[in-house]
Write a protein that binds this ligand. Structure first.
Ligand code: HEC
Ligand code: HEC
Length: 174
C-alpha cells in the first residue's frame, strides 16, 4: 500500500469514530487522522506537543527531561503539530516500535505512547547508525545515519532539511 493509500484508509477509519471528518490538505492527506489534539500548552507530560521538536524546546528552556532521541510517529505524512499520532494497530492494540542502532550495533527499542510520542534518555554511542520504524506487521521504514535524535526537528508537517514530512507508521498490513 502506498503512503497515500494508507493515509486515505486511516482517514476513513478516523472518520468512522470522530465526530467530524478530518480536514484535508489537497494531495497531502489528513491534517489530523486521529482527530485528537494536545491542548495543554507547555504543561510537562508524556503526551505533550506531538509533532514539535522535543529536544530543541527542552534544551532552550532548560526544562523537561534531557532526551537523546525523541519524536512522534504519525498516521500520515503531513499531519499538523499537536495532533495525536499513531497509537498502534487499532485492532490488536500492538504498537509500532522505534529501533535505534548506534556504534555499539545493539538495537535499542523505544515504544511510543498513545499520542505517538516516543522518547528516551538512553546514552547512545554517536554517530547513530540507523533508525527503523517497525509496524506490528513487521513492515519497516528506515533512515541511515540520522544526524540528530530530535526527529521532529526535520520531520515537520512540510518536511525540513529534505525530510519527506512526518515519521509515519509503515503499512500495518494485517
Ligand atoms: C515548546 C516547548 C516544549 C516542547 C516542544 C516539548 N516540551 Fe516537553 N516539556 C516542556 C517543559 C517546559 C517541560 C517541563 C514542565 C515542568 O517542569 O513543569 C517539559 C516536560 C516534559 C516531560 C516531563 C513530564 C513530567 O512528568 O515531568 C516529558 C515526558 C516531556 N516533556 C516530553 C516531551 C516530548 C516527548 C516532546 C515532543 C514530542 C516534548 N516534550 C516537547 C516543554 C516542551
Ligand atoms: C537533519 C534532519 C533529520 C533528522 C534529525 C531526522 N531525519 Fe529522518 N529523514 C530525513 C531525511 C532528509 C529523510 C529522507 C532521506 C533519507 O532517508 O535519508 C529521512 C527519512 C526518514 C525515514 C524514512 C522515510 C520514511 O518515513 O519512509 C524514517 C523512518 C526517518 N527518517 C525516521 C527518523 C527518526 C526516527 C529520526 C529521529 C531519530 C529522524 N528520522 C531524524 C531527515 C532527518
Amino acid at each position: 500500500m502506498s503512503a497515500r493509500t494508507l493515509a486515505a484508509a486511516v482517514a476513513v477509519l478516523a472518520a468512522g469514530c470522530a465526530s467530524e471528518p478530518p480536514a484535508v490538505i489537497p494531495g497531502g492527506g489528513p491534517l489530523c487522522a486521529s482527530g485528537t489534539y494536545w491542548t495543554r500548552g507547555d504543561h510537562g507530560d508524556n503526551f505533550m506537543h506531538p509533532g514539535r521538536a522535543c529536544i530543541e524546546c527542552h534544551t532552550e528552556r532548560r526544562r523537561g527531561p534531557v532526551f537523546s532521541v525523541a519524536g512522534t510517529i504519525f498516521n500520515a505524512r503531513h499531519e499538523e503539530n499537536d495532533c495525536f499520532g499513531n497509537a498502534g494497530d487499532p485492532v490488536s492494540g500492538q504498537k509500532t516500535w522505534v529501533e535505534v542502532v548506534d556504534q555499539t550495533n545493539q538495537p535499542f527499542v523505544i515504544e511510543p505512547n498513545a499520542s505517538g510520542n516516543f522518547y528516551t534518555t538512553h546514552t547512545f554511542r554517536y554517530p547513530l547508525r540507523r533508525v527503523r520504524i517497525i509496524s506490528p506487521s513487521g513492515h519497516f521504514a528506515q533512515m541511515d545515519n540520522p544526524p540528530s535524535g530530535d526527529c521532529n526537528g526535520c520531520h515537520t508537517r512540510e518536511g525540513a532539511e529534505g525530510a519527506p514530512g512526518r515519521v509515519i507508521a509503515p503499512n500495518q498490513g494485517r
